[in-house]
Design a binder for this molecule. Sequence first.
Ligand SMILES: [Zn+2]
Length: 229
Amino acid sequence: MEVAFAAEREGRASVRPSSVVDNVYDNIYHRLMSLEIAPGARIPIDVFARDLGVSQTPVREALSRLEREGLVWKEHLIGYSAAPQWTRKQFEDLYAFRLLVEPEAARLAAIRMTPEALQQLEESAADMGHGEAPVDRNTRYSRFARADAQFHDAILKIAGNEIIRSTLSNQHVHLHIFRLMFHTRVTQEALEEHENLLSAFRAGDAQAALDAMRIHVERSRDRLLSAFE
Ligand SMILES: [Zn+2]
């Protein structure tokens, strides 16, 4: 079954037996990220349950998980729909905020870095760069989005400011960004910028970490802005 394989590839099947809910979640998650389910489109529980060959309960549970992640919305008496695409205003506000907090968080992370934390960051960055050949481009992007979110969150965690970390986490930045556009070079350039960040962390250079994060967020903004043109 295709959805079961998806869960296995994500490496979560080894953590605990993959449940029906996990499979349903993965299936809908990838369809949202690849825009196969268009932004704003309705997601009728009964139709999805029938298509996936499951009861309505796991679909309901998967959708409430996706709602917490900001990918679907629930409206009273109407039901679930895919979250709308970001507006340019939302995008610009979010990036202005990222530029205020993420470079500073990278500076703090460089100061508080331990060999263990650096090791984990290196592994997380390597996961992003050396995944096995993707089945298709969109699957690759939705996986990259998740890995990138984890990489940035790991830096915020090391920085140690939980207000910054939870505020950014609640914006679900990466999920929305990777629904915006699907160009291969976004992935490749971001990887090079991550590598610059890692060099700064390896050197214990707080100023270089701040600069590398500022440049990464600015370039990411500039690359993605074309999605609104
Ligand atoms: Zn990144």
